[in-house]
Design a protein around this ligand. Structure first.
Ligand SMILES: Nc1nc2c(ncn2[C@@H]2O[C@H](COP(=O)(O)OP(=O)(O)OP(=O)(O)O)[C@@H](O)[C@H]2O)c(=O)[nH]1
Ligand SMILES: [Mg+2]
Length: 429
């Protein structure tokens, strides 16, 4: 089992801005407020799709932004909400916040969804701010910014297909030329000591996980060589790719290899032989291979068994082989596992509301006080500084949050510069 791992940026859509507008009717010079609200920004939503097995798609697309809400209009017309951006993930995907490492969602079951980045709400139009004291407010909110964050997707992967065969037949070489995996390759036996996994993508865009297993020898089922513990890994694969060295360079007969390995699989566990098997005749670039393959076919004497002649080293015959594996995987159900399932907690939705303070004060080199923090910045972004009333409202809200007191405590005095994002103003007592 290995962990597929990818970092992705997600952003919920910003809310649409609220509108400042007034009714204009015939014979009415100056009507009441009529600015509509902005629409809500779309959420970034992840949904489990059983058709996916890997996080491969995320290697090509790493930014996911939901659309923003429409701005409010005049005549109290509300902006339309942005549509949610729905992103498919394979079952078993754990979503973590890249910064805090906290789990945002644990996506297990087909169709399960989780909002990963919420869209901002729409800003309110000026109609909503009308009061008896202020019946014609020149005041509206901008849309709330959508949540944006870097996340890490993790997927624990089990192999779909496993490479089995004698040592040095070229299993690791094959894995290395059909995936990004970099297994150790050498001309001595038992080069591979632990299984390697790689993700394979066929030319027509299908993906599966391929395991390269340590070589098997006679007696493997009884614990000879490295075989035994790794036969367990084959138990979890749905298709077995039986790699045979056709060169005959090691002095063994390819057909004997074939029967010996199958006997091991059978003796280890009867059910292993129930798995569909694909035969790969490797090292076809060597002088005697063609002849050996013909002899192998004669001995096998079974026209229904498909054999894929390849040269892993020369990268020949690979596409057809991969198509066949992908086809077979599509029609092969999962096999029940003999061992217990990993005792991991499943189907729990974790939610961690961060307990960060509303704002933070730091000092810039030039002595300016810098205000930051999600809540405060959000308030700032929602303020339309074109309108005096909005600015005054923002000042009131800051005071309410305790910003003024905190600045005073830090030593701010009349006329000192205070900065929020790229905006500056003076501190006034
Ligand atoms: N001529 C030729 N040599 C190959 C080919 N594929 C692999 N080899 C060579 O065979 C040797 C063994 O290759 P590996 O990929 O390490 O074999 P393995 O099956 O993973 O071996 P173990 O990990 O020991 O079980 C290396 O020297 C490879 O270069 C091929 O298609 N043609
Ligand atoms: Mg190997």
């Amino acid at each position: 089992m290995f962990v597929d791992h990818v970092k992705v940026y997600v952003k919920g859509g910003d809310g649409g801005d609220g509108m400042v507008a007034f009714r204009r009717e015939k014979y009415v010079a100056y009507g009441g407020p009529a600015g509509g609200d902005g629409g809500k920004g779309g959420d970034v939503v992840f949904i489990v799709d059983e058709g996916l097995r890997t996080l491969m798609d995320f290697r090509y697309q790493r930014h996911f932004k939901a659309p923003r809400g429409e701005h409010g209009g005049s005549k109290n017309k509300h902006g339309r909400g942005g549509e949610d951006l729905v992103v498919k993930v394979p079952p078993g995907t754990v979503v973590k916040d890249a910064e805090t490492d906290l789990v945002i969602a644990d996506l297990v079951e087909q169709g399960q969804t989780a909002v990963i980045a919420k869209g901002g709400r729409g800003g309110r139009g000026n109609s909503r701010f009308a009061t008896p004291q202020n019946s014609a407010p020149e005041l509206s909110e901008k849309g709330e910014p959508g949540v944006d964050r870097e996340i890490v997707l993790e997927l624990k992967v089990l192999a779909d297909a496993g490479l089995v065969g004698f040592p040095s037949v070229g299993k690791s070489t094959l894995l290395s030329v059909v995936s990004a995996a970099k297994p150790k390759i050498a001309d001595y036996h038992f080069t591979t000591l632990v299984p390697n996994l790689g993700m394979v993508e066929t030319v027509d865009g299908r993906t599966f996980v391929l395991a390269d297993l340590p070589g098997l020898i006679e007696g493997a089922h009884e614990g000879v060589g490295l075989g035994h513990q790794f036969l367990r890994h084959i138990e979890r694969t749905r298709v077995i790719i039986h790699v045979i060295d056709m060169s005959g360079l090691e002095g063994r007969d390819p057909y004997d290899d074939y029967t010996t390995i199958n006997a091991e699989l059978e003796q280890y566990n009867l059910r292993l032989l129930e798995r569909p098997q694909i035969i790969v005749a490797n090292k076809m670039d060597m002088p005697d291979s063609e002849e050996n393959l013909n002899r192998f076919k004669e001995k096998l004497n079974d026209e229904t068994v498909r054999i894929f002649p390849i040269s892993a080293i020369a990268r020949q015959g690979l596409d057809d082989l991969l198509f066949a594996v992908a086809d077979l995987l599509e029609t092969t159900p999962e096999f029940p596992m003999n061992e217990q399932h990993d005792d991991e907690e499943h189907s729990v939705m974790y939610k961690h509301e961060s307990e960060t303070p509303d704002f933070k004060i730091t000092r810039d080199d030039d002595g300016a006080y810098v205000l930051s923090g999600y809540t405060l910045e959000r308030l700032f972004k929602m303020t339309d500084f074109n309108f005096d009333q909005s600015v005054r409202k923002f000042a009131r809200q800051m005071r309410g949050m305790g910003v003024d007191d905190a600045l005073r405590e830090r030593g701010a005095q009349d006329g000192d510069i205070v900065r929020i994002l790229d905006f500056e103003f003076e501190f006034i007592e």
